[in-house]
Design a binder for this molecule. Structure first.
Ligand code: AMP
Length: 311
């Protein structure tokens, strides 16, 4: 099944309690693409970079089988730059710098081969760009998922609400869900957000896992307790990439399969945080992924009969 990914490709400068990087390769589409390359076969990215974006990074993504025809390379432009600093708990961060550069007036034109995709993941980008991509599709995909962040809620709330009407599933973190809904309770927030358009909602809670809401149902997946967490950057994008590319690989968008997708997304995010930037995601093996997914299964498995005996 084909998967089109829309999102930023970026330079990031990251500071965590464990170290600091100069400008390294990042961006939502980069993380999502890399993660998805372990699942889906036919992956296409829609993004924009400047002439400063390294050819080696483009080659690395192409070597993973990712189609980059939809990546606009602006000869006279500078690549989007983001810099963030994590607090000691690693669950929260401050954005220090956001230089939109070529993203500021990005107006994607989808290549013809992108317009019939089966799955669409609108990674974190301006809601106007996200909407324009949906409108260029010739056939409605089986599933349209969307990520966003507080940055866009602050500066483009109305366009964001317009785009939300067009998507099947929204993936945000708890803070973003609270900001978007104006509700502290995530259960109440989930109802308000789903009334805005998406039938499904995933709320990520960092090291506390993720919740998937649909109708009256809610599914919870933990995050794996890890010995080493170096850099949470991209974990949310990686989660979204693992989730949708698992659905694309299995070609199944039932709620039951979405639960598995949430586990696969969580497993991939647990790799992402183990090294700085995209490094860990570049060199995974299928065996490592399967072992990690099994750890999740073990983490939450318990025998109800033995619990019942105590009563
Ligand atoms: P995450 O940690 O999953 O929220 O994603 C981190 C990535 O998002 C970084 O690689 C950044 O380059 C990218 N990013 C940060 N702010 C924005 C923004 N306003 N628009 C698009 N991408 C962004």
């Amino acid at each position: 099944m084909s998967l089109v990914i829309v999102g930023s490709m970026a330079f990031d400068a990251i500071e965590t309690p464990f170290g600091k990087t100069d400008k390294i390769i990042g961006g939502a589409a980069t993380y999502i693409g890399l993660c998805s390359s372990y699942f889906a076969k036919d992956i296409k990215i829609v993004s924009v970079v400047g002439n400063d974006f390294p050819e080696s990074a483009m080659n690395m993504l192409s070597a993973k089988g990712i189609d980059l025809e939809g990546v606009d390379i602006k000869k006279d432009g500078k690549t989007f730059f983001w810099s963030g600093k994590y607090h000691n708990d690693l669950n929260s961060r401050d954005t220090l710098i956001t230089e939109l550069n070529v993203l500021a007036d990005f107006n994607p034109i989808l290549p013809e081969s992108y317009t019939h995709c089966d799955f669409l993941l609108l990674g974190n980008l301006s809601p106007q760009v996200q909407k324009s991509v949906i409108e260029q599709l010739k056939v409605r995909p089986k599933l349209v998922a969307m990520d966003t962040m507080n940055f866009w809620m602050d500066i483009a709330l109305e366009p964001l609400k317009e785009t939300l009407k067009l998507v099947d599933i929204l993936i945000v973190n708890d803070e973003e869900a609270r900001q978007l809904s104006g509700e502290y309770s995530l259960v109440k927030a989930s109802k308000i957000i789903r009334a805005m358009g998406p039938k499904y909602l995933i709320i990520k809670k960092g090291e506390h896992g993720a919740l998937l809401f649909y109708g009256e149902e809610v599914f919870y997946a933990p995050a794996l307790p890890l010995e080493e967490v170096f850099d949470p950057t991209g974990a949310g994008d990686t989660f979204a990439g693992g989730f949708i590319s698992y659905l694309a690989k299995t070609n199944n968008i039932s709620f039951q399969n979405m639960k598995r997708g949430v586990i696969y997304g969580s497993a991939m995010a647990s790799f992402c945080v183990e090294k700085f930037g995209t490094e860990r995601l570049q060199h995974l093996t299928i065996n490592e992924i399967n072992e990690r997914v099994n750890k999740f299964v073990q983490l939450v498995r318990f025998d109800l009969d033995e619990v019942a005996e105590l009563a």
